[in-house]
Design a protein around this ligand. Structure first.
Ligand code: FES
Length: 142
């Protein structure tokens, strides 16, 4: 039943956590993993991408969030986001768009190197899922 799918109980959620080895993701590379049925982008940002994200004035943002609020705590190069456009749910393309981040070709939403919406119809930034380090090389989503 739909209700059950939309409200999984706590044990079901616990089973749906995902561990990802991030040690092989080079600077400037991304991987996409599945988490709770959704694509999640994990990007090891270059220093230039991080600096570009940090340099954006908050008043230029439709959904103002500092880069530090979005990057993984203590690992500012690492950005983890649910890869679903906040407009109508397409999967944005990486290394694309006017802001060097992600671009959703469905209706033209441009996200920056912090995954923040910068141009186009999407109302909000790409969501950041809960993520913690299990060890130096492994991240657990959920
Ligand atoms: Fe991405 Fe519409 S679904 S711009």
């Amino acid at each position: 039943p739909l209700g059950d799918q939309m409200n999984p109980d706590a044990s079901a959620l616990a089973r749906e956590s995902t561990e990802v080895d991030i040690s092989a993701i080079e600077p400037g590379q991304s991987v996409t993993v599945k988490w709770r049925g959704k694509p999640v982008f994990i990007r090891n940002r270059t220093d230039a991408e991080v600096e570009a994200a940090k340099a954006v004035p908050m008043d230029e943002l439709k959904d103002p969030q500092e880069d530090v609020e979005r990057a993984v705590e203590g690992r500012e190069n690492l950005l983890i986001m649910v890869g679903i456009c906040t407009h109508l749910g397409c999967v944005p393309l990486g290394d694309a768009g006017d802001f060097g981040g992600w671009f959703c070709p469905c209706h033209g939403s441009h996200y920056d190197t912090a995954g923040r919406i910068r141009k186009g119809p999407a109302p909000t930034n790409l969501p950041v899922p809960p993520a913690v380090f299990v060890d130096d090389a492994t991240i657990k989503l959920g």
